[in-house]
Design a protein around this ligand. Structure first.
Ligand code: MN
Length: 196
């Protein structure tokens, strides 16, 4: 994992986003975070800590607890670990300009399907295009799966699905039921007035 693409796209003299200094700690579940980002198009950024960075996907419709919902998740550049707490406004002309709130935050761990794991660890599973994981956060709980569309390692399009388990809520719409930041309780509209 490297942050060079992340850093290349941003001018840290101008944007309040972190440049990325925080180091990974050992022996704990990885950071799980979903940020709601009102850029040119509203989307949700799903980020999973892996190998010292946050592996990231932009999910246009956001995650769902409905196991019937398949959500497009577009892989984007890895982000630094300290990005997980970033909430604020990316200024007008900068990359990703717009408001960001921490919509959900917690931990995740790789949970391969018993007897069907072809990968030895989460990094291998990611490379193979199928990542089964369990989330423990404030709004999202339980098992999810990310599946890459197509075999090419460079393919950016993945699908995010809730696995049918005791945390699944068929027919629910968690993004509209719980729009607020888990850090500050603010809605994304509350940041707009402070945009400068
Ligand atoms: Mn984004």
């Amino acid at each position: 994992m490297t942050l060079s693409e992340y850093r290349k796209k941003r001018d840290f003299e101008r944007t309040p986003e972190p440049a990325g200094k925080k180091r990974a700690k050992k022996a704990r579940d990885g950071i799980f975070v979903v940020q709601k980002h009102r850029a040119r198009r509203l989307h949700y950024d799903l980020r999973l800590e892996l190998s010292g960075a946050l592996v990231s996907w932009a999910v246009p419709k956001g995650p769902s607890l409905d196991p019937g919902a398949k959500r497009l998740a577009v892989r984007v550049e890895d982000h630094p670990l300290d990005y997980a707490d970033f909430e604020g406004v990316i200024p007008g002309k900068e990359y990703g300009a717009g408001e960001v709130i921490v919509w959900d935050k917690g931990t995740w761990k790789w949970t391969p399907t018993p007897g069907r794991a072809h990968a030895r660890n989460a990094a291998e599973a990611l490379g193979a295009g199928k990542l089964d994981f369990t989330v423990s956060a404030k709004k999202l709980e339980g098992r999810f799966v990310l599946v890459r569309l197509g075999k090419e390692p460079g393919e950016k399009n993945w699908l995010l699905k809730k696995v049918r388990d005791e945390d699944a809520k068929p027919g629910s719409d968690v993004t509209s039921e719980r729009p607020e930041s888990v850090l500050t309780g603010r809605k994304i509209e509350d940041l707009r007035s402070s945009a400068g």
